[in-house]
Design a protein around this ligand. Structure first.
Ligand SMILES: [Cu+2]
Length: 287
């Protein structure tokens, strides 16, 4: 009787304190200190934020229990005045050993299951995407093929100001229409790069000779930060770009502006590859 009442009290207190804690959270805290603007940026970001913050809450609860037990044991069982030798040793306590084997196994299975579920949803190919883009990484810039519209933009490495900071208006910019399911085909011209839109909370390698894909629907208009996330040489840190997610009419206007310039017509291939020793390519003369 007494223990059920105690349990009810404990459960009530736990719910109330969780409520108070969450109500007092800033947006930065509720998204687990992930990049600003990532909430609702694509159809995947909210599930990633959920997985991340829930994992932290579960792990912090485990941490608080473990730390409390450690601190309690060191204080309660400290050596008192006049005590000598080693205290009575405890071993083969089956309930405790079962507990600290079973609980971590349950936690690991849980983390694995939720991670696998989220990741397979993110990796699920879109059969007929509304929009197909091909991004080609190159030291140290980006080329964007607008596959369906048969136009391209060839990026030049971002310029820096006198302090060495990159200037936003010289960044290669990828335009995407909002709320359109998008397939991004990833290629490289030279070494391994990684396509990372910071607020999209996902990155994927661009590997010479191998094609990777990313699938998502941009669900928020705005300008997003893009970076190469794989160390690729001297100016890796300047291998930056922007993603501008815009309404369809603004996107169409941008595509029309590209199509108006003969230089941007057609699609780029990965043929302009400075690496001459990829598999199937013979060594240059004289080597
Ligand atoms: Cu790179």
């Amino acid at each position: 009787m007494r223990s059920t009442r105690l349990k009810k009290w404990a459960a009530g207190a736990a719910v109330a304190s969780a409520g108070i804690l969450l109500a007092g959270c800033t947006p930065n805290q509720t998204r687990g200190f992930l990049p600003e603007g990532s909430e609702g940026a694509t159809n995947h970001t909210d599930s990633i934020i959920g997985l991340w913050t829930t994992s932290w809450i579960v792990l912090l609860v485990v941490g608080v229990i473990a730390w409390s037990l450690v601190i309690w044991a060191t204080i309660a069982y400290r050596r008192r005045k006049g005590e000598t030798g080693v205290p009575v040793q405890l071993r083969y306590n089956m309930p405790i050993e079962t507990l600290f084997t079973v609980i971590p196994v349950i936690l690991i299975i849980g983390f694995f299951a939720f991670t696998a579920k989220t990741q397979s949803a993110i990796e699920e190919p879109i059969a007929n995407p509304d929009n197909r883009i091909e991004v080609i990484g190159k030291r140290w810039a980006w080329d964007f093929n607008y596959t369906d519209e048969n136009v391209h933009f060839s990026g030049v490495q971002v310029q820096t100001d006198q302090n060495g900071s990159p200037t936003a208006d010289t960044m290669p910019t990828l335009y995407l229409p909002v709320n359109k399911s998008t397939e991004v085909k990833l290629e490289s011209r030279d070494v391994i790069h990684s396509f990372w839109v910071v607020e999209y909370l996902y990155k994927k390698d661009m590997i010479p000779g191998k094609t990777n894909y990313m699938y998502f629907t941009p669900t928020k208009t705005g300008t997003f930060v893009g970076k190469c996330a794989e160390l690729c040489g001297e100016y890796h840190s300047n291998m930056l770009f922007q993603v501008k997610v815009v309404e369809q009419d603004e996107y169409d206007a941008y595509i029309a502006s590209l199509a108006a310039n003969p230089e941007n017509q057609g699609l780029l291939s990965v043929d302009y590859n400075p690496n001459q020793n990829l598999p199937g390519t013979s060594a240059p003369e004289g080597h």
